[in-house]
Write a protein that binds this ligand. Structure first.
Ligand SMILES: [Cu+2]
Length: 68
């Protein structure tokens, strides 16, 4: 398991937080959004999920991963 924190642009409210956390959860990734820091902290099995897939899932929700 690895834990990483990415900077994500465009998250502003509880709905954004939920969208991002739910999108990554569908990949089996535990996501914890901080609206204050504009970050998402991700915990996942690097043998099961690719970082690129997580990035894509977040961007599919309309947010921009600016630092991964
Ligand atoms: Cu929002």
């Amino acid at each position: 398991m690895v834990t990483v924190t990415w900077k994500v642009d465009g998250m502003s409210c509880g709905h954004c937080k939920q969208s991002v956390e739910k999108a990554v959860q569908e990949l089996g990734v535990k996501g914890e959004v901080s609206l204050e820091d504009k970050t998402v902290t991700l915990t996942y099995d690097e043998n099961a999920v690719q970082a690129d897939a997580i990035k894509e899932a977040i961007e599919d929700q309309g947010y921009d991963v600016v630092q991964a």
